[in-house]
Design a protein around this ligand. Structure first.
Ligand SMILES: *Cc1c(COP(=O)(O)O)cnc(C)c1O
Length: 414
């Protein structure tokens, strides 16, 4: 570890929270070089929804590698890309009213967000973007301009503009409907807020503290966007690909975003792959207007196709995720209730947050958890929320082991 610390930039972060040399991983377990076994409730911040090194996805990419098929071809046509788009269309996009086009962007979520914002500005001829307080959309300048966190914003070293922040669902407490406030501010010709090109929203704010947007609220936000001629963009980078139980996190609300942003678990294997789904009539790009060297890399498209075929052909997997999510929530609520009203549990599907209220308590709990064999991260404006993102494929025994460790460490930390 010391050798690594001497070589790697001070910017490294997770290696500080989880100080160990990780050498192997399978499903929900990671092993360190010195033989420790850790349960993974972090899942690459939502990148490993199907666990580490899923056997069947691994087989698909091993075969692809062995066949000398094209790995990198910029955005040239390959059978791997065509197969991904046809599988995704027939399995995930079937039964939808809207027709979507695929745009493969550079490999990060941030680059896909950049593309979505650029497209909305291009389509509408407007500059402003509505984003939400506590939102997180990535680290490049356009994406960070739409993200709330001051620490990250300050690191940009330049003024960030073109975004107006609005209160998210529940931000002002249960009595205030922040969607009404948004409508009022955007319809009012004299509110001082420029007409936006897009409203950019997460259905559950992952980094922002597992804040959950309700069904009615999401529908209202979509309606406001339609009424004022702005694009409705859902950032499903972290909450998509089954995290909340359905493939898309907004499905439960019956909304139909103009642009959907996917990344993290899209490749199903931790390989970098990001894309936009754009409603056909909004595909206003001119050829090459948003480019990049690593767009839709073929190996990641192969693993993504395998993941779609393995997990999403029928409802069985989604139903299992909902069941596991219910068990997880029940246990976390039971743990919270042991302490009266000090703590709260929130989230949707298998994205759950345990709000410790106090940052020090959340920090002490996750530090102890790591010592006892559980990798779990914190989120929220003060990092006061313990964030549970286990693999969607986790078995109940491992899930309960991890929750046991959390329960024990919370009690000790308190
Ligand atoms: C992680 C994340 C991003 C940024 O993705 P990167 O690959 O880290 O650039 C954007 N939006 C959300 C909601 C995310 O969780």
């Amino acid at each position: 570890m010391q050798a690594l610390e001497a070589l790697e930039s001070n910017v490294r972060s997770y290696s500080r929270s989880f100080p160990a040399m990780f050498s192997r991983a399978c499903g929900s377990i990671m092993w360190t070089e010195d033989g420790r076994r850790l349960i993974d409730f972090l899942s690459g911040a939502g990148t490993l929804n199907y666990g580490h090194n899923n056997h069947d996805i691994k087989t698909a990419i091993s075969q692809y590698l062995a066949s000398d098929a094209v790995i990198h071809g910029l955005d040239m046509a390959t059978p791997a890309k065509l197969e991904f788009m046809t599988s995704f269309s027939s399995i995930i996009l079937r039964e939808r009213d809207a027709k979507y086009r695929f745009q493969f962007t550079g490999p990060t979520g941030a680059n896909a967000i950049e593309a979505a914002l650029k497209l909305s500005r291009k389509v509408t001829g407007r500059q402003n973007i509505i984003s939400f307080m506590h939102g997180y959309h990535g680290m490049s300048l356009g994406a960070i301009a739409a993200s709330g966190n001051r620490f990250y914003r300050a690191a940009s070293g330049i003024s960030l503009s073109g975004v107006t922040f609005m209160p998210y669902d529940g931000y002002l407490g249960p009595a205030v409907d922040t969607a009404d406030y948004l409508r009022k501010a955007l319809v009012d010709e004299s509110s001082g807020i420029d007409c936006p090109a897009a409203i950019l929203v997460e259905t559950v704010q992952g980094e922002g503290g597992i804040n959950v947007a309700g069904e009615e609220w999401l529908r209202s936000i979509q309606a406001v966007a339609r009424d004022i001629g702005a694009l409705f963009i859902v950032d499903d980078v972290q909450m998509g690909c089954g995290r909340t139980g359905e493939f898309f996190s907004f499905d439960f609300a019956g909304v139909s975003p103009d642009v959907i942003v996917l990344s993290k678990s899209l490749s199903g294997y931790g390989l970098p792959l990001s894309m936009l789904l754009i409603k056909e009539e909004l595909d206003a790009w001119r050829p090459g207007e948003h480019t990049g060297t690593f767009r839709g890399n073929n190996l990641a498209l192969v693993s993504a196709t395998a993941a779609i075929n393995i997990f999403w052909r029928c409802r069985t997997f989604s139903q299992a995720v909902h069941r596991t999510a219910d068990l997880m929530r029940c246990r976390l609520e039971a743990i919270a209730s042991e302490y009266g009203n000090s703590f709260s549990v929130r989230g949707r599907g298998m994205a759950l947050g345990f709000d410790c209220q106090m940052a020090e308590l959340a920090a002490a709990t996750t530090r102890k958890a790591f010592e006892k064999g559980l990798i779990v991260e914190r989120c929220g404006p003060a990092d006061q929320v313990v964030k549970f993102l286990p693999a969607l494929t986790i078995d109940l025994e491992t899930l309960n082991q991890g929750l046991d460790i959390f329960e024990e460490c919370l009690a000790e930390a308190r």
